[in-house]
Design a protein around this ligand. Structure first.
Ligand code: ZN
Ligand code: ZN
Ligand code: ZN
Length: 365
């Protein structure tokens, strides 16, 4: 789907919702709509999409060339530049004079939200997220190809982990090697590197630390980056350095089965919470359900966490084109943790995984 089509869909969506304009600042929504990967900075860059007029790209004069180097140039959008002593908020407010409702980028800085509020006192401010989220939640063929490429790139990094993990090295040392490998594999930047060894594995969002990896440790490695086209990777594998604790092995076997069952359950019409329950029920029946302390997954695309969220209470049905993680885990404080995470895509009649590294426990050394 081209950017033109996306802009038209966004315009149709705000018309339908009775909103006068969308205001989109740098971030995933801007990249989705016009392909411009602008930096979020103090100077205002803002795509203005009025319900009943042509969109306008408002950019600082010094960033005009950067905007024109992006797909914005081919879209034929009006580019409204502003100089260092001009007020870009007033420029936008003038164009939208009389607006009674504007939908703002979910990630717009509060400072800009408040200045827009002051400049357009009669306009109700709404979050644009739900409007754009409903477009972004189903990936088109190009986006699916991008996610598959991102998945292959992060798989390459996991493939190299066995060279990096050794007793005597710190999590930070291993993390630095992984960081470099993420870039070597074709990502434009690294989003996160979790190397959680031994008891640190019990903290799902551990980062890296100076803990020295020891013989017998289980090590949770959850890594992701953003590809040059903006699409994200995110994959977790759990490794063991030497022979792990028998309790760990028993629990890992349950987790392995639960993750596989949840992936295989994915198809259109299955709800988000049902997929979560597939793994959770299986783990509960085996006695470790209370150690699975987070939702099973999150959507992924131009952001590494986006809709849909696969969590109890979300009765939204899966649809073809939705892309999300399946990442159950178990976390036993003071001892160890494990997680297995793949990104999958819901297809017309089932599921396609983008990550293909082995799921069984990889014992190193
Ligand atoms: Zn997370
Ligand atoms: Zn994830
Ligand atoms: Zn992850």
């Amino acid at each position: 789907m081209g950017f033109e089509t996306r802009l038209q869909a966004a315009t149709a969506a705000i018309r339908e919702a009775g909103i006068d304009a969308l205001l989109i600042t740098p971030g995933a929504d801007l990249r989705y709509l016009v392909g411009y990967d602008a930096k979020p900075l103090e100077r205002l860059t803002c795509l203005v999409v009025p319900a009943n007029a042509e969109p306008i790209m408002v950019v600082p004069a010094l960033e005009e060339l950067a905007a024109l180097a992006s797909p914005v140039a081919d879209l034929g959008l009006e580019i409204a530049t502003w100089g260092e002593t001009e007020n870009p908020i007033a420029l936008v407010a003038d164009r939208l004079a009389g607006a009674t409702s504007v939908a703002l980028d979910d990630h717009m800085w509060a400072e800009k939200v408040l200045r827009f509020r002051a400049a357009m006192p009669t306009a109700t401010q709404l979050p644009a997220g739900s409007i754009l989220g409903s477009l972004r939640i189903r990936k088109d063929d190009d986006e699916i190809a991008s996610l598959i490429a991102a998945g292959a790139a992060i798989d390459c990094v996991h493939e190299r982990v066995s060279e990096m993990l050794r007793p005597g090295r710190t999590e930070r040392e291993v993390g630095r090697d992984i960081h470099d490998a993420i870039i070597d594999a074709g990502h434009a930047h690294v989003d996160f590197v979790i190397v959680a060894s031994g008891p640190n594995g019990a903290s799902p969002h551990h980062d890296v630390s100076d803990r020295v990896i020891r013989e017998g440790d289980a090590v949770v490695i959850d890594i992701g980056g953003t590809m040059p086209d903006g699409y994200c990777s995110d994959s977790t594998r759990t490794y063991a350095v030497g022979e792990p604790d028998p309790d760990f092995l028993r629990m890992y076997a349950i987790l392995h089965e639960a993750q596989k069952a949840a992936v295989e359950s994915v198809r259109p019409g299955m709800t988000c919470e049902e997929v979560d329950a597939v793994a959770r029920d299986l783990m509960s029946d085996a006695g470790i359900g209370d150690l699975f302390i987070h939702r099973i997954g999150h959507g992924i695309g131009l952001q590494s966490h986006e809709e849909p969220y696969l969590v109890a209470g979300n009765s939204r049905e899966l649809e073809s084109g939705m892309a999300f993680s399946i990442e159950p885990g178990f976390y036993l404080e003071g001892r160890f943790g494990a997680r297995i995470e793949d990104i999958v895509i819901c297809t017309d009649d089932g599921v396609q995984a983008v990550n293909h590294r082995p799921h069984h426990l990889q014992i190193i050394g």
